[in-house]
Design a protein around this ligand. Sequence first.
Ligand code: PFF
Length: 453
Amino acid sequence: MENNGSVQRESWGSKIGFIFAAAGSAIGLGNIWRFPYLAGENGGAAFIFVYLLAVLFIGLSVMLAEFAIGRAGGLDAIGSFKKLAPGTPWWITGALGVFSAFVILSFYGVVGGWTIAYTFKSVSTPLTNLTMESFVNFITNPLQPILWQVVFMALTIIIVILGIQGGIEKWSKVLMPVIFIILLLLIIRGVTLPGSSAGLKFLLNPDFSKINGSVILSALGQAFFSLSLGMGTMITYGSYLSKKENLPSSALTVASLDTLIAILAGFAIFPALFAVGMDPAGGAGLVFATLPSVFDKMPLGALFAAIFFILLCFAALTSSISILECVVAYLKDQLGWSRKNAAIVVGTLITLIGVACSLSNGLWSDFTIVFPGKGALNLMDFLGALTDFLLSVGGLLICLFVAYVWKFNKANAEVTNNGQFTGVWVPIWNFIVKIVAPIVIGFVILNGLGIIG
Ligand code: PFF
């Protein structure tokens, strides 16, 4: 197929291919690394309970809104807004998304590189040596993490060059089931260790007194990041969908798979963690510094550790390709670039920003930037904080756009395929997009900036 959007625009080869690709975008470091670590810090089951509500009541609706905008517009994130609201400044929402892609992928690529490095380290280094100290030594090294980051970004660029059906769809179809199987293996390994039941209790017995404003806010922020919302990724992926596809059922499937994998990651990590008597609130070091010592106490530990980090790398890769695709689709659709040139130029630029990110953990750690509500941060943490902010603003604008600019007579026709798939969920979706989501997301933004506490 000609890879130039102006000739014949690409599309998904099958419904299942789209579901795997969208789920692949959603499922990433956010599920397997960040979700368990936030759950660990925020009371386990109580956090999970609030997270599920956030996905159900906000995330799912924003995802459906993004699919609808993308399919109705039939273009990249910026082009779709221009098509649906010509002559208005709403395309800025898409532009903000393209900007967010640069921000997210520059640090995401660094962590992606760590996952490849740790795959090799878990077989080449005794697991007892993979401590917090060795993790810090590794990420502060001026060269090593950058080399791995370049490898990770090169893989991302290659898959995006291969295109929608040949690259993204094909790889997601292979990698997603592999991830599922590996997680199941890890769960079986973890729950059969003596002492693992405390971890199951931690995941299943909510202590509702632990729920407070900050738990609710981190659950909602995590829902956005994990579901790949607010950036135009799901608008872009929706634009490759056929008019026949059932959008609400696709959104439900993708959100459910994403949530399932996050929960499975919790079950893969906490029972094993409790079995070896470690602290569930281990924070950012949970995966890279704490888990190797958990694996060390298992038979065949090095093998399981390597499998785990390959899994993390695969999950990160199917997400990073969706982030790069968001920018590539814009350059292709709006500026007529070829897919190959767009992927190489943008991928290289993002890799260079990522190099600065990586160096900000060591050599350049003295250079800090103040983020409102968060204080002085190194470049990597700054971009992380900026991500939460940008995705929330993007999500808010998407809801406002659908409710007040595009309007529900057209949006509802798109999400129901002109009334073909309708039901009581339609007015509920409208109410959420118009009232509930803007208020809740607005609260998250103001809180994130430290304006309200
Ligand atoms: N959802 C991905 C994760 O959970 O790791 C990260 C992500 C991908 C965020 C794509 C935003 C995005 F547009």
